[in-house]
Ligand binder design. Structure first.
Ligand code: SF4
Ligand code: SF4
Length: 368
């Protein structure tokens, strides 16, 4: 296992065990303790020393499970990370006491303000929770204080400068590096020397298998690398990245990930070029090639905001159902359900996109 020096002489494993997607009992919302314990035992036996959970994961069962699973190990042989989410329970004092109880510990090593967004930052700041956790740090109940972020760059900058954070957690993977503001967010933390821990390096498992053409390209170059390992190796090569969390839900996954961190091969420039090429092929295979030119809007009798809905559809293809939650932010007169399939838009679209068919699919997805 590869380690890095965090601070104060602490060495953390580069691979961290995420406890958000532990195996569940069949047809149930309960964690399968037996199967999950096997994964934890494998992680401990293979040198992983960072274990991440949150108040809200599996409705609290993730913390309870981790408290149970780590009981057999000496408390100073691993580091626990957990988080407070304002919207789940604004009473941070109550949350913290409950977390100590669930995790069967009297201190938390790494504590995070959970899921900073553009809409919740002011609530976090006004709540007094950050000052409370700073006080917990002062008295030793928390060792290091940080935050995880899904916020835009301006919010991230403001929150970064709110106090002296010990670390922060971002969603970083090669796909978002190419197609979202991830690189900029990474630099925002880097310029203040805030060590960045990574969540979703394989984008919720989406980058564990690419389309055929993209996979073939990567396999031809490195036959022994799994597709998921390319994603882990990409973030591993970023110099301000510390722990890389993977929400592992099977022994097979953890074995593959541990293998990746047992060799010291870092992607070189030509590997990265190839990976970005594969990513581009994968992206094109998923996406409707709408350029946002808006020509199609001229003749739509229903005034449907076609490019905005095609963008939403592309997000859905890449990120799954969660992406559809953004539908209410679309400024439009007509909706996919209102499309009368007149085809006027198609005649104007330089990309020859079959717009009515996509709107029909979107109508069903949105259950309009
Ligand atoms: S097919 Fe649908 S989206 Fe296209 S112009 Fe007609 S009503 Fe508008
Ligand atoms: S005309 Fe075609 S490419 Fe242009 S915005 Fe409409 S759907 Fe997209």
């Amino acid at each position: 296992m590869e380690y890095f020096d965090f601070k104060d002489g602490i060495k953390l494993s580069r691979l961290g065990m995420g406890n958000m997607r532990l195996p569940m009992k069949p047809n149930s919302e309960e964690i399968d303790y037996e199967k999950s314990q096997e994964i934890i035992d494998y992680a401990m036996a293979n040198g992983i020393n960072y274990y991440d959970t949150a108040y809200v994961y599996s409705k609290g069962d993730s913390e309870r499970f981790l408290g149970f699973a780590m009981k057999k190990y000496k408390r100073d042989s691993f580091y626990l990370a957990t988080k407070w989410h304002y919207d789940a329970n604004p009473n941070y004092k109550e949350v913290f006491q409950e977390q100590l109880k669930r995790l069967q510990t009297d201190y938390i090593d790494f504590y995070l303000i959970h899921c900073l967004t553009d809409s919740n930052m002011d609530k976090y700041i006004a709540s007094g929770g950050i000052e409370f956790f700073m006080e917990m740090k002062r008295i030793g109940k928390i060792k290091y204080l940080g935050f995880s972020s899904h916020a835009g760059v301006e919010t991230l900058k403001r929150f970064r400068d709110y106090t002296n954070w010990d670390f922060a957690q971002l969603q970083i993977n090669y796909f978002d590096w190419m197609y979202s503001s991830t690189k900029e967010e990474y630099e925002i933390l880097r310029e203040r020397g805030i060590k960045t821990f990574v969540m979703e390096p394989v984008r919720g498992g989406r980058l564990a298998s690419l389309n055929e053409d993209a996979s073939r390209l990567l396999k031809a170059s490195k036959p022994n690398f799994s597709i998921a390992s390319w994603a882990l190796r990409f973030v591993r090569g970023l110099d301000n990245v510390g722990v890389i969390l993977s929400g592992m839900s099977s022994l097979e996954q953890i074995m593959d990930n541990v293998n990746t961190f047992n060799d010291d091969y870092c992607l070189n420039d030509s590997d990265k070029k190839l990976l970005f090429k594969a990513c581009d092929i994968f992206h094109k295979s998923l996406s409707i090639p709408c350029t946002g030119c808006r020509y199609c809007l001229d003749d739509c009798p229903i005034e449907i905001n076609i490019p905005a809905y095609l963008k939403l559809f592309n997000e859905y293809k890449i990120s799954g159902y969660d992406a559809l939650e953004d539908k209410d932010e679309i400024k439009t007169v007509g909706h996919p359900k209102d499309c009368i399939s007149c085809g006027a838009c198609m005649g104007l679209c330089p990309q020859k996109i079959k717009i009515p068919e996509i709107l029909e699919e979107l109508k069903n997805l949105l259950k309009e």
